[in-house]
Design a protein around this ligand. Structure first.
Ligand code: UTP
Length: 293
């Protein structure tokens, strides 16, 4: 069995849900407290034992490369001022093992992943989307890697979704169980209405894929909106090489969406040593005010 060593992080989307913030700034650089959302995802990959990471970027995304590169001027400045803790924080984000490729046009998630074909070669690999921050003692990516080690199959991370939210997810039509929280897949439906949804198991942003996906993506026609959809390619891959739907039950923050981003900032702020006490006091006072109104 081949070892899973590589991760692909697509980050070339337009981030229209955060306009105007994303007019001149990468949505992946938007912070949760003091850390850009993409850093959480890179850290998850590294913590899972991934050795090489490729970030798919595009126009206006240079800050992502700068963020994971050394900033000598800043480091010297912090050193001279004796700000050692900050210096260590900054240096921890210098990650030379990250590679970059550009997606020329934002033609969909499937097209973004296709740009990773030369980097991935003929190996199984993981895909992590920066829109989902999923803190867990055993990172979700590592859990997918363990499933691959055990069953030799690719997998898709899923969560139980509220019925009325099915039109925001790819939804799994299950074909029986393989084990606890492991489901076989009959087929996948992209963003069905609640009436059409075959289950309440929705796809979230972690995948372990086998390299057959690239041939499928190359052949696949774009949808009516001109985007190459990953869900359609997964549907085809599942026919050739069955995938497992893994039901993740840990925490998830959808930071690709305004509301999810606000929630993440509140919860991470409640957990941050510099803000926890002040946040608690503020939220308690706010709750009292809201109750009064
Ligand atoms: P999203 O659906 O969140 O798209 O893509 P988006 O464009 O970033 O955001 P909105 O919906 O316009 O606000 C999921 C992931 O796929 C990447 C995005 O960067 C995000 O991480 N993506 C999407 C690409 O890399 N290229 C694309 O063409 C589309």
């Amino acid at each position: 069995m081949q070892k899973v060593r590589k991760a692909v992080i697509p980050a070339a989307g337009l981030g229209t849900r955060f306009l105007p913030a994303t007019k001149a700034m990468a949505k992946e650089m938007m912070p949760v407290v003091d850390t850009p959302s993409i850093q959480y995802v890179v850290e998850e990959a590294i913590k899972s034992g991934i050795e090489e990471i490729l970030i798919v970027t595009g126009k206006g995304k240079n800050a992502i490369e700068d963020h994971f590169d050394a900033n000598i001027t800043l480091e010297n400045n912090l050193r001279e001022k004796g700000k050692d803790a900050l210096l260590e924080k900054v240096k921890a984000t210098n990650i030379p093992s990250i590679h970059y490729v550009r997606q020329a046009y934002p033609k969909g998630l499937g097209d973004a992943i296709l740009q990773a074909a030369p980097f991935v070669g003929n190996e199984p690999f993981v895909v992590l989307l920066g829109d989902d921050i999923m803190p867990n003692d055993v990172p979700l990516t590592k859990q997918l890697m363990e499933i691959y080690d055990k069953y030799g199959k690719g997998s898709i991370a899923t969560i139980r979704i509220p019925e009325d939210k099915s039109n925001r997810f790819g939804v799994i039509d299950m074909d029986g169980a393989l084990g606890e929280h492991l489901h076989l897949i009959d087929h996948l439906v992209e963003k069905p209405s609640p009436e059409e949804a075959p289950s309440n198991l929705g796809i979230v942003g972690r995948y372990l894929l086998t390299p057959e996906i690239f041939e499928i993506l190359r052949e696949q026609a774009p949808d009516s909106g001109g985007e190459v959809q990953l869900t359609d390619a997964l549907e085809t891959l599942n026919q050739i090489s069955p995938l497992i739907a893994y039901e993740y039950t840990g925490k998830r923050y959808d930071v690709g969406d305004k509301y999810g981003m606000l929630i993440a900032n509140i919860e991470f702020g409640l957990d941050h040593p510099e803000t926890d006490e002040k946040m608690k006091t503020f939220i308690k006072e706010l709750a009292t005010k809201l109750k009064e109104n």
